[in-house]
Write a protein that binds this ligand. Structure first.
Ligand code: BJ8
Length: 426
């Protein structure tokens, strides 16, 4: 890190010793997993820098924004519309939840059989190690899976600024109406928090910024169709992960820059992996920073990941919002339409997700799909069975993996992944 940020972290009420331990683990993991990769595009230097300053410079920027009276809103889900947050003159940051922390303490508040992602969000709070969480003026929870829904009831007692958004579970007319209503309620909450009355122009600008970010991520995704693949799955995942907390305009510019470089690499036939490497699509639960375990296992076993059907990936970023509306209501309808297409496994039935996995496997030329389910995540693990059946029927090999954030099963997972890669390489 470029300077000593301890006074800043201390001012946020963080536990400096515990935080140092976390940064140590994070730094080592990054070194071993990311910096050990070969043939990386030069543009990844930006993301390496962002990661090296993830709790430093970016937090300083957010605190500077707060000094200018700009509010920071933290979220755990891609259903929280960044367009509305930006329109209100606030900044949205994703609260990662990608590592175990303070597990013993967490299990005093949550049952052991809770998914790692939820446990992690509690661990970061109880351990006082997340400067994003501690900087947030509002934390948005959402009624998605049962685990999150019930966990927020306890979480509300740990933070004094939790806002819970209700979400539909069925893609029906009523479901859409609920989403629209909840987005209107959220808009009002953002206005109250910031003291800014959102105008049509504000909404249009918010949509424009977020669309540009998503368009850059789409551009990056599409370039991974090439053979050899110009960027590793780990690096593409990192770009998706960083999209949740970087400044949106700077992020968009950096992703577009890396895409320019990737286009050149494709012309020159330069890949992150050799041509004809087995290609894998990952599908399932979101992978938040620093959850790199499975991609790292896959890409150190001779295959390359060509896409992520995940909220930290194409499910989260794929559709743009129509910005042609001329009134607040038309723009809010367009935002609702865009988010209503997110095919999270909390929806029932959820055929769209199954279809999208097939569509992605074909579009990215995947030789196989690895379905990633976090242990105790009912929605995704339940859905992995029909997903596997459908893929197998179409002749697309699929392997279902269930794991957590621990490293105890790495050897066992690697053996299974290697066997799968051998199977799809024949
Ligand atoms: S839109 S995927 S970000 S809810 S892994 S906590 S589902 S038990 S994260 Fe998600 Fe929004 Fe859906 Fe996306 Fe529950 Fe499963 Fe845990 Fe999960």
């Amino acid at each position: 890190m470029s300077e000593d940020y301890s006074p800043m972290w201390e001012s946020l009420g963080m536990d400096l010793n515990a935080h140092e331990t976390l940064l140590g683990v994070l730094g080592q993991g990054y070194q071993d997993i990311y910096l050990a990769q070969k043939n990386r595009p030069k543009g990844m230097g930006y993301f390496d820098f962002v990661m090296s300053e993830v709790h430093g410079l970016r937090i300083k920027e957010l605190l500077d924004e707060k000094k200018q009276n700009r509010k920071i809103i933290g979220s755990y889900c891609v259903f929280v519309p960044e367009e509305i947050v930006l329109a209100g003159g606030a900044t949205l940051v994703g609260l990662c939840s990608g590592a175990d922390f303070a597990v013993e303490e967490v299990e005093k508040h949550l049952p052991r059989n809770t998914c790692s992602l939820i446990k992690s969000s509690f661990g970061f709070k109880l351990g006082r190690v997340c400067p994003y969480l501690e900087s947030a003026d509002m934390i948005v929870g959402e009624n998605t899976c049962d685990g999150k829904k019930k966990a927020y009831e306890s979480f509300a007692g740990m933070v004094d600024n939790l806002y819970v958004m209700d979400l539909p579970q069925v893609k029906s007319g009523q479901g859409r109406a609920l989403l629209k209503e909840e987005y209107e309620r959220f808009k009002t909450a953002v206005e109250e928090l910031t003291g800014n009355k959102i105008t049509v122009e504000d909404l249009k600008e918010g949509i424009k910024v977020v669309n540009a970010k998503r368009a850059a991520l789409h551009r990056l995704a599409i370039l991974r169709k090439a053979d050899p693949v110009p960027i590793s799955g780990l690096d593409a995942l990192l770009a998706n992960q960083v999209s949740f907390y970087d400044n949106p305009a700077r992020f968009t510019e950096s992703v577009n820059k890396i895409c320019d470089e990737l286009e050149e690499r494709i012309k020159e036939n330069l890949g992150a992996f050799p041509s004809k490497s087995p290609r894998i699509l990952i599908s399932g639960c979101p992978m938040a920073v620093p959850n790199w375990k499975l991609p790292w296992i896959i890409e150190t076993s001779g295959a390359v990941i060509v896409g992520e059907e995940s909220c930290v990936g194409e499910r989260g970023a794929r559709n743009l919002t129509d910005d042609s509306g001329q009134s607040q209501d038309e723009l809010m309808e367009a935002i609702t339409d865009r988010y209503f297409k997110v095919d999270c496994a909390i929806f029932t039935p959820n055929q769209d997700r199954c279809d999208h996995i097939v569509e992605m496997a074909k579009a990215y030329g995947a030789n196989g799909v690895i379905h990633y389910g976090l242990q105790f995540c009912q929605p995704y693990i339940m859905e992995s069975i029909p997903v596997e059946n459908k893929l197998e029927k179409l002749g697309i090999p699929c392997m279902r993996i269930e794991t957590d954030y621990g490293m105890e099963d790495v050897g066992q997972l690697k053996t299974r992944v290697e066997a799968f890669i051998e199977q799809i390489s024949d």
